[in-house]
Design a protein around this ligand. Structure first.
Ligand code: ADP
Ligand code: MG
Length: 277
């Protein structure tokens, strides 16, 4: 089963379709391990409501691991453990009294490889995360919800005449926008995206960047990207991760995107954003 399947199996039905406000995510001294191997060391980062935060840094520095700690997906990885706190508008998502499914519901995730349910129709893919609530909606509400959500994901005009066709028949870029729609349909407050454009061509990449920019007022976005131009185009803030020889990943520097690129404080940030390693 893919990472998504593991996440999806634990997702819960939505009990309300109110539009929630975007939330601030606040990671406090998050450390993460796989067995004895420590891969993140006391990472603290505030990802403000309604903004786009980009996580940048070389491969293996812990960006994906950090992203998974933000919606409790890290717990699904064998031998994984974690310390620290993640606050969603001041509520600790790891608090023992909180259900894992609450975090899943409020903090959506889009993966590198588009993963719609290939045999399921486009409209059913959009509604898939709604569980029973989706089934309880009358036909008109479902139709409205599908249109509204696909519009937000920038896919409506391309698929409105083929909603009953299989999701797997779409192009890679369209499949990724369908996955964004599936995440948005459950009304998340935060959307995590792990290199969502790495598997896509430049045109599809720009479409998704445009969608990210349009979504940003309604949902907090945290995006991992290797593409420095993309970080500059879509993000308000950046955090630069690094795992120096034999040490766990940590944030070297974070701040407004413009400062990170035009006036980095640490020479390692400067080297990285200028493509010197
Ligand atoms: P990035 O996304 O920045 O490339 P990752 O978060 O994927 O980095 O990986 C950080 C470190 O954790 C790497 O050393 C990687 O080998 C290790 N790692 C990632 N996933 C697992 C896993 N499931 N089991 C064991 N080690 C892992
Ligand atoms: Mg990664």
């Amino acid at each position: 089963a893919s990472e998504f399947d593991a996440w999806f199996d634990q997702a819960t039905a939505v009990d309300t379709l109110d539009d929630p406000a975007p939330a601030t995510l606040d990671a406090r001294a998050v450390s993460a391990w796989f067995g004895d191997h420590k891969v993140l060391d006391r990472v603290s980062l505030t990802m403000p409501a309604g903004q786009v935060t980009a996580l940048i840094g070389p491969s293996g520095c812990g960006k994906s691991t950090f992203l998974r700690t933000l919606n409790r997906m890290h717990e699904l990885v064998p031998k994984a453990s974690l310390a620290g706190e993640v606050l969603l508008d001041d509520v600790d998502i790891y608090d023992a009294s909180r259900r894992i499914t609450d975090a899943r519901r409020q903090i959506g995730m889009v993966f590198q490889k588009p993963n719609p349910f290939p045999a399921m129709s486009i409209q059913d893919n959009v509604l898939a995360g709604l569980g029973l609530t989706g089934r309880k909606l009358d036909r008109a509400s479902r139709t409205d919800l599908v249109e509204e959500t696909l519009t937000k994901a920038g896919l409506w005009t391309e698929v409105k005449d083929r909603l009953r066709q299989a999701g797997g028949g779409l192009s890679g870029g369209q499949q990724q926008r369908l996955c964004i729609a599936r995440s948005l349909a459950v009304r998340p407050r935060v959307l995590l995206m792990d290199e969502p454009c790495s598997a896509l061509d430049p045109t599809s990449t720009r479409r998704i960047e445009q969608t990210i920019t349009e979504l940003a007022n309604d949902v907090t976005i945290v995006i991992v990207t290797h593409n420095m131009q993309q970080a500059q185009r879509v993000s308000d803030r950046c955090a630069f991760f690094l795992a120096e020889a034999g040490t766990p990943g940590a944030i070297v520097e974070h701040g407004p995107t413009q400062d990170m690129f035009e006036n980095p404080q640490d020479p390692r940030t400067s080297d990285y954003v200028n493509g010197r390693f």
